[in-house]
Write a protein that binds this ligand. Structure first.
Ligand code: TYM
Length: 338
C-alpha cells in the first residue's frame, strides 16, 4: 500500500438542526481529532447530500450557516481545520460521477439507509438518494482521507467506501485510493431517542421530545431529560446490568460522553441511584456542556457574512487538496486533457 498523509474527513448534512447525537457521535470527536494534532482535519457541510430529499432553498441556506456556526461553537477552529460546504468544491461531484461508474447497483440496493429512507416508495425516490453513498465515498477519497470519525449509523457507508476504493484500484491496476478507516469510538456512537430506546436519536423524528437539539434552552433540555422514558429500576453498578435496559443504557452513555468518562465510571458513581436522582444530575451536566455552545451559535448566526467568508476560505483550501487528486484520477481513467 502506498503511504498516505494521516488525514481526517467527515461531513454533516445541513438538513434541520443539530442534535445531541450529531454532537456526541461526530462533532465533539471532530474537535478531539483536530486538537490531537496527529491529522490534517477536513470537515464539510454536505449540502449536495442534503438535497437528495427536498429542501426548501432558503431553509437550506440558513441550515448550512447554522451548521457552520455549530461547528465553530463546538470547537472546530477554521485556522486549524478546513471547514467548508461541499457544493463549493466541484471535485466532490466530479469524482462521484466516476464512482457512480465503479459502484454496482446491487451494492447500493443493500444499503440500509437507502431502504429506510426510500421505504416502500422507492420508485419515487430521487436518483441522488440512491447514489448517495457514492458521493460520500467521493467526499472522503477526493482527499485521500485515511480516517473518518462518524456515528455507528454510517458504518455501512464507510464499508462501501472501502469497496469502491478497492474496486477502482483493481479495475485500473493502481494503488491510488486508500482503504479508509472508520473511527467509531467512545460511549456515544449511537445516541438513542429519549422516547424509545430502540430508535436512533434523529433530527427527522416527528417528536421533538425524542431529541435534544443543540439550540434548546436550559429549561427545554431539563424538561426533555426529566420526561425521558426509563424503566422503574435503580441504576446497576456494572454495565452488564444495562443489558435489556436500552433507555437506561442510553442515559448512562450520554452522561459518560458528556462527562468525558466511561459508562463503567458513571455506574461506579451512580449505581443504586433512582432515575429521579440521576436525571437532574444528567440535566445539569447537559445544560453546562451545551448552553455555551448554543449561546455561541446564536452569536455567530448574527454574522452571516463572516460565516460565508469562513466557508469560502475553507473551500479554497479544500480545492487545493482535491484538485490534484481528481486530475490524477482522470488520468488513470484515460480522460484526454486531464
Ligand atoms: P448525518 O448528517 O446524518 O449525521 C452527521 C454525523 O452525526 C452522526 N450521528 C449520530 N451519532 C450518534 N448517535 C446518533 N443518534 C447520531 N445521529 C447522527 C452520524 O453518524 C454522522 O457521523 N452521510 C452522512 C454525512 C456524510 C459523511 C460524508 C460523513 C456525507 N459525506 C463523508 C462522513 C464522511 C450523514 O448523513 O450524516
Amino acid at each position: 500500500m502506498a503511504a498516505f498523509t494521516p488525514r481526517v474527513f467527515s461531513g454533516i448534512q445541513p438538513s434541520g438542526g443539530l442534535t445531541l447525537g450529531n454532537y456526541l457521535g461526530a462533532m465533539k470527536r471532530f474537535v478531539t481529532m483536530q486538537d490531537e494534532g496527529k491529522f490534517e482535519t477536513v470537515y464539510c457541510m454536505v449540502d449536495l447530500h442534503a438535497i437528495t430529499v427536498w429542501q426548501d432553498p432558503a431553509a437550506l441556506t440558513r441550515a448550512t450557516r447554522e451548521l457552520c456556526a455549530g461547528f465553530i461553537a463546538a470547537g472546530v477552529d477554521p485556522s486549524k481545520s478546513i471547514l467548508f460546504n461541499q457544493s463549493q468544491v466541484a471535485e466532490h461531484a466530479q469524482l462521484a460521477w466516476i464512482f457512480n461508474c465503479v459502484a454496482r447497483m446491487g451494492w447500493m440496493q443493500r444499503m440500509t439507509q437507502w431502504k429506510d429512507k426510500a421505504g416502500k416508495n422507492s420508485q419515487n425516490a430521487s436518483l441522488g438518494l440512491f447514489a448517495y453513498p457514492a458521493l460520500m465515498a467521493a467526499d472522503i477519497l477526493v482527499y485521500h482521507a485515511t480516517h473518518v470519525p462518524v456515528g455507528e449509523d454510517q458504518k455501512q457507508h464507510l464499508e462501501l467506501t472501502r469497496d469502491i476504493a478497492i474496486k477502482f484500484n483493481n479495475d485500473f491496476g493502481v494503488d491510488f485510493f486508500p482503504e479508509t478507516e472508520p473511527v467509531i469510538e467512545g460511549a456515544a456512537t449511537r445516541v438513542m431517542s429519549l422516547r424509545d430506546g430502540s430508535k436512533k436519536m434523529s433530527k427527522s423524528d416527528p417528536s421533538d421530545m425524542s431529541r435534544i437539539n443543540l439550540i434548546d434552552d436550559a429549561d427545554t433540555i431539563a424538561q426533555k431529560i426529566r420526561k425521558a422514558r426509563t424503566d422503574p429500576d435503580a441504576l446497576p453498578s456494572e454495565v452488564d446490568g444495562l443489558d435489556d435496559r436500552p433507555e437506561a443504557r442510553n442515559l448512562v452513555n450520554i452522561y459518560a460522553a458528556l462527562a468525558e468518562t466511561t459508562p463503567e465510571a458513571v455506574l461506579a458513581d451512580h449505581g443504586g441511584s433512582q432515575f429521579s436522582a440521576f436525571k437532574p444530575e444528567l440535566a445539569d451536566l447537559a445544560v453546562n456542556k451545551l448552553a455555551p455552545i448554543s449561546t455561541e451559535m446564536s452569536r455567530l448566526m448574527e454574522q452571516p457574512d463572516e460565516i460565508d467568508r469562513i466557508l469560502g476560505h475553507g473551500a479554497e483550501q479544500a480545492r487545493a487538496l482535491a484538485a490534484p487528486i481528481l486530475k490524477k484520477t482522470y488520468e488513470i481513467v484515460g480522460m484526454v486533457g486531464a
